[in-house]
Design a binder for this molecule. Structure first.
Ligand code: G6P
Length: 481
């Protein structure tokens, strides 16, 4: 139950910041999950009187709100059917591909939409119950786009922010969605809608204007009141997300991580060039394009397995969704073919790791890697690129970065930009990265580090909440429109 008067800051996200484990006796235990959003919001949640509303990640898991590390966690229960329709279906097989340039075809199913609506209402109800009068509620990501409007209907006194962690598509693609108007209305329940890039915010404003006919002026959309007169204002702007760069920098400087980096390199036969890819196994990440380019470089003899190797960490993700199962098949066949063709005893062409690793191991991998390959076909931000930069206090290493990432908008110049669809162009850039002289690496890495260390995730959340809390609180009786 909420405290007597409720919480001053309520975060609403699809996932809770903890992982649950069901013990052999049926009892539940939890551990903090290492996700980026937790790190981002932890300091502000502790500073405020904070609650976090989210799903546990398992079916039918009903649990009373409980406190974890000083934050009240409020679990929302989802049935197995709801997970299938709301999470795997509408969120990850409709919205995810639609918002990522339809790289995979989005599926439109009315049953999935019904579940999405129902589950969004459940999250909104839980948030409304926890929030103190005039509280700030911060809703996150594409799984919960209807929550701002539902919440405003229940609680017009709240200041409501929404942050979209993934791209927002151009209206020409967004218009495919049979429920496009409802999604826009859902988001317009917020006072502030945040995006990764200016381009995403502009896409949203354009869709809102086109689909509702409301007046827009720059980043501000005006919602008419019940009499059709100008009423509430909604602001749509970019707030590029980041990482806890100082924590990562410190971690990568520890003797344990430094020693582990050397060990990794030695285990791989101390190649002259260690290339690294780190992604969730997702079709938006351009993993196949990257491996194809790498394989062709071996074909052409521009790289050889005695001097170069590629480590590809592909962490398991959304394994019940067909498109992810197909991708896994394709990637594993491709890796197998290239290793069969070019591998030698003691020298693999590609080390493919279908696992996730703790931050210590990731930091060591980043330190060991001469080149990081981020070749997404579309990516909201890409925090792996920022982690690599934060880890490289030695100012070495080269970052190959797709132009289709939010990170490219923010970090250029500094990375070597690629169009992952242009395999020949990408091959040239990979060779340029592998042969970049240390002076040039240092020049670029210095610039990148200045940016990533200055614009960390604490700054991101403070900036967003600063703009949101500047919205004056509204009395409980106002028209929620
Ligand atoms: C992206 C999304 C997040 C999501 C994460 C992991 O970063 O923006 O909302 O939590 O992927 O995906 P999952 O489906 O496992 O939550």
């Amino acid at each position: 139950m909420p405290g007597k008067d409720g919480y001053d800051l309520v975060v609403v996200a699809n996932r809770l910041p903890v992982d649950f484990t069901v013990g052999p006796d049926g009892g539940l235990t939890w551990q903090r999950s290492p996700g980026g959003l937790v790190t981002a919001l932890e300091p502000v949640m502790h500073g405020a009187d904070g609650a976090w509303v989210g799903w546990s990640g398992a079916p039918d898991l009903a649990h009373e709100p409980f406190e974890a590390d000083g934050v009240m966690l409020v679990p929302v229960t989802l049935s197995a059917t709801e997970i299938e329709r709301y999470y795997e279906g509408f969120s990850n097989d409709t919205l995810w591909p639609l918002y990522h340039d339809v790289i995979a075809p989005p599926a439109y199913h009315r049953q999935w939409w019904d579940a999405y609506r129902r589950v969004n209402q459940r999250f909104a109800d839980a948030a409304a119950e926890q929030a103190a009068e005039g509280a700030v509620v911060w809703v996150h990501d594409y799984q919960l786009q209807l929550v701002p409007r539902m919440l405003r209907d229940l609680r017009p006194d709240l200041r409501i922010g929404f942050f979209d962690h993934i791209p927002f598509p151009p209206v020409e693609l967004f218009a495919q969605l049979p429920w496009r108007r409802q999604i826009i209305d859902g988001l317009l329940g917020a006072d502030l809608v945040g995006f990764q890039r200016n381009g995403d915010a502009a896409n949203f404003v354009r869709s809102a204007r086109r689909l509702t006919g409301y007046t827009t002026r720059g980043p501000v959309i005006t919602i008419p009141d019940a009499d059709g007169r100008p009423g509430r204002h909604v602001r749509a702007s970019s707030f590029p997300i980041s990482i806890d760069s100082h924590r990562f920098d410190t971690l990568a400087r520890t003797p344990e991580v430094q020693a582990r980096a050397k060990e990794i390199k030695a285990d791989l036969g101390n190649p002259d060039t260690l290339m690294l890819g780190v992604d969730r196994l997702d079709y938006t990440k351009g993993i196949r394009h990257r491996i194809k380019a790498y394989g062709e470089l071996l074909d052409d003899g521009r790289l050889d397995v005695e001097h170069a190797t590629l480590v590809q960490v592909a962490s398991p993700s959304r394994e019940n969704v067909g498109a992810y199962q197909e991708l896994r098949e394709h990637v594993e066949v491709l890796v197998g073919r290239i290793n069969g063709e070019y591998g030698e005893l003691g020298h693999s062409a590609i080390h493919y790791l279908h696992h996730s690793y703790p931050p210590e191991e990731m930091a060591a991998l980043y330190l060991a890697a001469d080149v990081l390959l981020v070749t997404s076909l579309r990516d909201g931000m890409n925090l792996v690129a920022k982690e690599y930069i934060a880890a490289r206090s030695d100012e070495r290493g080269a970052l190959v970065l797709s132009e289709f990432t939010g990170a490219a908008d923010e970090l250029s110049p500094g990375p070597l930009l690629v169009n992952p669809h242009d395999i020949d162009g990408m091959k040239d850039i990979i060779v340029a990265a592998a042969t970049m002289d240390p002076k040039e690496q240092r020049r670029r890495m210095r610039r990148l580090r200045r940016k990533v260390l200055a614009d960390d995730v604490a700054k991101w959340s403070e900036t967003f909440l600063g703009v949101l809390t500047a919205v004056p609180p509204r009395p409980l009786s106002v028209d929620p429109r």
